[in-house]
Design a protein around this ligand. Sequence first.
Ligand code: CA
Ligand code: CA
Length: 180
Amino acid sequence: MKKVVLSLLTSCWILPLSISYSQICQSGTEKQINPDNGHAYQRFDTPLTWSNAKTACEAIGSHLATITSQAENDWVVYHMTTDAGLSVWIGGTDQVQDGVWEWVTGEAWNYTNWYTDEPNNFCGGESYVTLWGIETPRRWSDYGGPGCNSDVTSSYLCEWENSTPFDMMPVYKLLLRRNR
Ligand SMILES: [Ca+2]
Ligand SMILES: [Ca+2]
């Protein structure tokens, strides 16, 4: 009986209401707080288009990550991109005007970390920013967009402007690990 109860408590289909399905049941990283800015980040390894990844982050109270400084970039690359080969959507786009890059939050576009010869608008219309899986440590490439064959990457990165004490609660971390 004890075993059954434990199993129910840690199954993906019965969870405390305050923990979303996507935070517990998908593979990726744990949600971690960057001590430099107090923001929380989590990588989800679910193949999605950039637009669907944007919606997925918003559905859990976050936004696609906006990397606006060298310090934020370094923290994200070290803590959120440890798996080789994964390309990770972040919240940069030039879908409104080709070549004019913007963050989904409206933050100023003052910092970039493009890979050599990127952004190259390959296939005539790449419109979204990935932490490109071709090299470690990650740098950026534009990818996806209208007219391109591959609109999906392996992963996406969400950022919460305000982390909560609940993010770091031991029971939360235990549940997270048990459901990997
Ligand atoms: Ca940010
Ligand atoms: Ca590109």
